[in-house]
Design a protein around this ligand. Structure first.
Ligand code: PEP
Ligand code: MN
Length: 629
């Protein structure tokens, strides 16, 4: 049981409670957090009798041996920041690096590569707990210094393992996250030591530990006031001999139900086999993990430890591509926004840590706001707008640093207004894209049933995507509103008899009842959003380019432009025609193609396109997040 007091208790108040509980043979455990004192016990206490109810803000009954790690203590889940990376909730975190730091060249090359490909944290062992005393034991403090240098050079926070209470203090001086390895999960002196250090902890499940053992081990760390703990499933011992361990993915939904802590999966130790790492990482994300930790080595076959399970750089690139696609399906965002372009930093003198303003349609709870938050993190300052033109205007005047607008939906097609605005606002570039799986839900004013619903609020896209549901809602008056969030707000204002088609987030925010989930006709319902900016720096890592062009109204003119792509073997991802504003029956083409604007062969192609069209404009280039290998 946890009692949360309304304030921090004084020594005398605590002594008083301890004395009265002592008479009843209870021994209370007190924990002071920043805001208040917590009293934690294994059993249920008759607390009201002891303190008077006014001192206690809330009581959490967990009914389990673990208390502070229990989900009931923080039903919304735990999220915290390491460096610039947010861990938990909607974020998908990738930790990558070698099993052990072996040399400066090895760790720097790996750090550079995994950072470029989108890892959020760098791993690398300095103190290695090896089964054999004759195996490589790690480079110790020398490795820690190299990791710290790699952090500065490649902008990656560092995770590394502490194997004893003594080296925990040294590790914490260098690392951003202290890892407790599987073999030490129940080394209680070590758990207490890292609990006191106050650094985030990555706690790996012991190879013979149950999920409850893992949660109890985490409880040690939380009980010392350190709530920044990431749990890690890394495989358990089973009868199977063809894999190094048996990766227990059931642990993920189980832990998600029982605990508020973020949980990641290590498919490298979980399988011991390089070619099994990517499929298991995909499965981990699909079943709800908050991230993965993988071993990556520049030359896996020559690694001093765990080479057979280490990914090559090429393997890591594939892993990132695949996880970005799966993340979208389960509502988790893999990559943070494209970094703030250099030109922007120079002009405004801002650093990457500064808050950015992001304009989008609707208010908090709309799909656009979800994209803005996932792409830019929770520190982004939201600027809600009432129509798309306002988003473009805010970006072009500098009121917003970025804008987020939808461009197309897999069921209802293109959102033409935004193509036209892209053409009109010539100083705005497309610097990124994001996909969102759109799930529509029926929210109702509490007490309302489907049968007695009188009025239903939704955005026209919501109605368009839920045709079958509407067929079963005869007699209900339907009302179009401007966005998803407004639908929920209007239903809440209307009162009994009102329903809305909206997002889960907006339904909960407006205290409506979530009556029917996923009512859309087709669950393969995705919207592609683009990210707009006034500044644009092409990068060789981009692999998708968007542009507009027009051609003369003559036989074969479109063919002659498409031929340029074909001859250079450049893949077209999308081609769409739009009527030219003010020129009836003349058309403009919007095209997305695979490539970038830095490599010479693409630059030459763009020159040729400019020569062969009557109008040509590059809208931007970015990384394609929906890429299939
Ligand atoms: C590691 O991550 O390098 C490691 C030793 O893992 P585990 O503790 O899970 O065996
Ligand atoms: Mn290893």
């Amino acid at each position: 049981m946890i009692a949360v007091f309304v304030k921090k208790l004084t020594r005398e108040e605590k002594d008083g409670i301890t004395r009265s509980l002592g008479e009843l043979r209870f021994s209370p455990f007190f924990l002071d957090t920043k805001a208040a004192t917590l009293l934690v016990t294994e059993e249920k206490l008759p607390l009201e009798k002891l303190t008077g109810e006014k001192l206690v803000e809330r009581v959490v009954e967990t009914g389990t041996p673990y208390q502070l790690v229990h989900r009931a203590f923080r039903p919304e889940g735990t999220e915290f920041t390491v460096g610039r990376t947010e861990i938990g909730r909607e974020n998908l975190t990738v930790i990558a690096g070698p099993c052990a730091v072996e040399s400066e060249e090895q760790i720097f090359r790996t750090a550079e590569e995994v950072s470029r490909r989108g890892a959020h944290l760098l791993r690398g062992g300095a103190y290695k707990p090896r089964t054999s005393p004759y195996s490589f034991q790690g480079m110790g403090e020398k490795a820690l210094a190299l990791l710290a240098r790699a952090r500065e050079l490649f902008d990656l926070p560092v995770v590394t393992e502490a194997t004893s209470p003594e080296n925990a203090a040294i590790v914490a001086q260098y690392a951003d996250v202290v890892q407790i390895g599987a073999r030490n999960m129940q080394n209680f002196e070590l758990l207490k030591a890292v609990g006191k250090l106050g650094k985030p902890v990555l706690l790996k499940r012991g190879m013979s530990a149950t999920v409850e053992d893992l949660l109890m081990a985490a409880e040690y760390i939380l009980s010392l006031g350190n709530f920044r703990v990431i749990l890690c499933e890394r495989g358990i011992r089973s009868i199977e001999r063809l894999t190094r361990n048996t990766l227990d993915l059931t642990a993920i939904p189980l832990i998600k139900e029982l605990s508020h802590l973020p949980v990641i999966v290590d498919p490298s130790h979980g399988t011991g086999l390089r070619e099994k790492v990517i499929p298991m990482a995909r499965s981990a994300v699909a079943c709800g993990a908050d991230g993965v930790m993988v071993e990556v080595h520049p030359d896996p076959d020559r690694a001093l430890s765990d080479g057979p399970q280490s990914l090559s750089f090429e393997g890591f690139r594939r892993l990132i591509n695949e996880l970005s696609v799966i993340g979208v399906l389960v509502g988790k965002e893999l990559t943070r926004a494209s970094k703030i372009p250099e030109t922007y930093e120079q002009e405004k003198g801002v650093s990457q840590e500064d808050e950015v303003t992001v304009a989008f349609l609707g208010s908090a709870g709309s799909f656009s706001s979800q994209v803005a938050r996932r792409a830019f993190g929770k520190n982004a300052h939201p600027l809600s707008s009432s129509h798309f033109r306002e988003v473009f205007k805010s970006v072009s005047t500098g009121n917003a640093d970025y804008g987020v607008v939808p461009l197309e939906n897999t069921i209802t097609g293109s959102i033409h207004a935004n193509y036209d605005l892209l053409l009109e606002y010539s100083g705005i570039y497309v610097v990124g894209e994001r996909f969102v799986r759109v799930s529509q839900h029926l929210g109702v004013f509490p007490g309302t049933r489907h049968e007695n619903m009188q009025i239903l609020f939704a955005h026209p896209q919501g109605f368009a995507q839920c045709g079958r549901f509407l067929e079963n809602s005869e007699g209900v008056k339907v009302l179009n509103v401007g966005n998803t969030e407004e639908a929920a707000r209007r239903a809440a204002e209307f009162g009994k008899g009102a329903g809305c088609i909206s997002s889960e987030e907006a339904i909960i925010r407006h205290r409506l009842e979530l009556l029917e989930e996923e009512i859309e006709d087709n669950p393969r319902n995705f919207t592609r959003f683009i990210i707009l900016s006034r500044f644009f720096t092409p990068s060789p890592d981009d692999d998708k380019v968007s542009c507009f062009f027009t051609v003369a109204n003559l036989p074969g003119s479109l063919f002659s432009v498409l031929k340029i792509f074909a001859e250079r073997e450049v893949n077209l991802l999308k081609l769409e025609s739009r009527p030219q504003p003010g020129k009836p029956w003349e058309y403009l083409f919007y095209v997305d193609w695979e490539g970038n604007l830095v490599e010479e062969r693409f630059r030459l192609m763009v020159n040729e396109l400019e020569r062969s069209t009557s109008f040509f404009r590059v809208l931007g280039s970015f990384r394609n997040l929906w890429k299939k290998e």
